[in-house]
Design a protein around this ligand. Structure first.
Ligand code: N01
Length: 549
């Protein structure tokens, strides 16, 4: 109950909205909700703002969406004035941008750092949420916005013996601020997802020897990063508002890629390979996956695109056995998050790099000296876990979310996450989720989804206030219909063929449910707009007498 354990040292803070998270989503939520005249505050576990870009400081960390796209659109002055030095933003550059935005829009005064929310309880009678921090602070609010990220709960696999390791170990998502110098060290990297693929070439260039422990080979395309071309920047900025509007009409919320018109199987082999080659030279993942209409829905079509990349790997990697291990064969290209790299495959031609196949010979334990598989013990000075996150639900699972009516989010989601439009959960009124399960967020230019979600949330709160209402919650049947739709759309694609974090496959015991909405940003936004324009069908809107002071 909200009042039961209030510490006298921490009288409850009363606000209109509590925002959990001070990353790109939390910051925009402050800006947007403050604009409605609401008293808001964001609670951030880190000692600085920036979320993903605050924590993921591993060598080579960089966004794989182009910087002119991966940025806020809500202020034309901001997008015109900010100068991105490279085609793809590095982690320090993106963090600098986020800090600039926070200062420019005076957001910091409503961010409380070093504060982790441990519970959130909705009191049905009082019609308010009470959040508690790990330090015992209590916050009472009408609305709660969960902007805690979907790849923000780092996961170190439960390897036997890690505590015995005499060297140092790191996780990509919890990287030391002072950086790590691997010069002269024997280093092991476990994991070859986007984080591993970005850091491996850089660690290889520093380390005495690098062992890469690969369980599943991933497809990676060349990023073709480089300094920002002034003419490209000028053109993009001249068209910015139109480009943002055009992006909203695309599945990935990224403009500038011609909509495909043909199936990969409708063109002769030579023409198809020429098209793939041109996309390969251009760099970037959207362009490649958007080459034909059916690469993500037709296995035969996808095979042509997958095989093209496998053949590239075979030409880039000199040792044929290593090349075959690196050539993914267990999932269609694009059904796991497609990586972008700079010199990833070429790195395996270095004398100081060894690929260890831990699919055929799994890691048994971490020893005092290094990593032991059945076949061998690899001696290491440092181990890097690029082993990913408890994706999409991890951050919310870490908060004890419940209601005085007896609803418990962990129970409600025991068989997999249930949401309506990815924005709200039935039984948990006035709690909004940004880019969580059931949302297309992770399959899009994330900041576009963040802005779209937060705008929808702000409009919903504004609608309530304009109609003298103070409670919104999705109906259980609307939630079921949405979850069924999310699954039906996923099942009409090739995505479920991969063991990815999209289905929670990287977390032992996590229910295997397809979590992101892959119907496209354009389709999703249209549906959200219809719901708000239509008076919120699928939601119950009501008035409760009790008010937050
Ligand atoms: O994590 P991942 P990530 N033994 O889950 C392996 C975003 N992101 O941090 O595939 C051995 O993708 C695991 O193997 P497997 C992006 O959305 C974006 O790299 O489960 N290996 C896999 O190889 C991305 O998708 C950017 O068999 C184990 C790796 O660890 C998401 O974040 C950059 C293991 C984990 O890969 C997550 O990426 C970085 C075990 N017990 C991240 N457990 C950009 O924008 C796990 N693995 C560029």
């Amino acid at each position: 109950m909200p009042d039961a354990s209030r510490s006298p040292a921490h009288p409850a803070r009363q606000l209109d909205v509590a925002i959990v998270g001070g990353g790109l989503a939390g910051l925009y939520a402050i800006h947007r909700l403050r604009g409605l005249g609401l008293k808001v505050r964001a609670y951030e576990a880190g000692s600085g703002i920036g979320g993903t870009w605050f924590w993921n400081r591993y060598p080579g960390a960089r966004c794989d969406v182009e910087s002119l796209e991966y940025s806020y659109s809500f202020s034309n002055e901001l997008q015109q004035e900010w100068k991105w030095p490279e085609r793809y933003g590095t982690q320090p550059e993106i963090l600098k941008y986020i800090n600039h935005v926070a200062d420019r829009f005076d957001l910091r005064r409503d961010v409380q750092l070093n504060t982790r929310i441990k519970s959130a309880v909705f009191d049905d009678k009082a019609n308010e949420w009470t959040l508690r921090t790990t330090d015992g602070e209590e916050i009472r609010v009408r609305y709660c916005v969960m902007a805690a990220g979907n790849l923000s709960t780092p996961r170190v696999p439960d390897f036997k013996g890690l505590k015995n390791f005499k060297g140092k170990w790191y996780h990509s998502g919890l990287w030391p601020h002072e950086g790590v110098d691997f010069s002269g060290l024997r280093v092991g990297v476990i994991g070859t997802g986007s984080s591993g693929v970005q850091m491996i070439p850089i660690i290889a260039s520093q380390a005495k020897h690098l062992h890469v422990f690969q369980r599943t080979a991933n497809f990676s395309l060349p990023a073709r990063n480089g300094p920002m071309e002034p003419e490209r920047e000028r053109r993009h900025k001249a068209e910015y508002p139109a480009r943002r509007a055009a992006a909203a009409e695309t599945p990935f919320a990224i403009a500038g890629h011609a909509k495909p018109t043909k199936s990969a199987l409708d063109v002769p082999v030579e023409e198809r390979n020429k098209a793939y080659e041109s996309k390969w030279q251009e760099g970037g993942s959207i362009s490649y996956l958007y080459a034909y209409t059916d690469l993500l829905v037709n296995k035969e079509s996808n095979d042509t695109a997958s095989e093209f990349v496998r053949n590239k790997i075979r030409t880039m990697v000199e040792d044929p056995t290593t090349a075959e291990l690196l050539a993914p064969k267990d999932h269609p290209i694009g059904t796991k998050r497609l990586c972008l790299d700079t010199n990833y495959y070429e790195t395996y031609n270095r004398d100081n790099v060894t690929l260890v196949d831990v699919r055929s010979d799994p890691i048994q334990e971490i020893t005092a000296k290094g990593v032991r598989t059945n076949g061998t013990e690899v001696e290491l000075d440092a181990i890097v876990f690029a082993t990913g996150f408890d994706a999409m639900t991890g951050a919310l699972r870490e908060i004890d979310v419940r209601t005085t009516d007896g609803a418990v989010l962990a129970d409600h989601w025991a068989g997999g996450p249930l949401t309506y439009l990815g924005l709200m959960v039935s039984g948990f009124p006035n709690m909004f989720v940004v880019t969580g399960p059931g949302s297309p967020g992770v399959k899009t230019q994330m900041i576009a989804s963040i802005e779209q979600h937060v705008d929808w949330i702000a409009d919903a709160i504004d609608h309530l206030h304009k109609h003298q209402l103070d409670r919104i919650a999705p109906n259980a049947d609307a939630e079921s219909e949405w979850v069924n739709h999310v699954n039906a759309v996923a099942d009409s694609t090739l995505y479920p063929l991969a063991n990815s974090w999209y289905v929670g496959a990287n977390i032992p015991g996590k229910p295997r449910v397809f979590m992101p909405y892959v119907g496209g940003f354009d389709r999703y936004k249209k549906r959200c707009d219809e719901v708000s324009a239509g008076g919120y069908p699928g939601f119950s809107l009501s008035r409760h007498e009790a008010t937050v002071a």
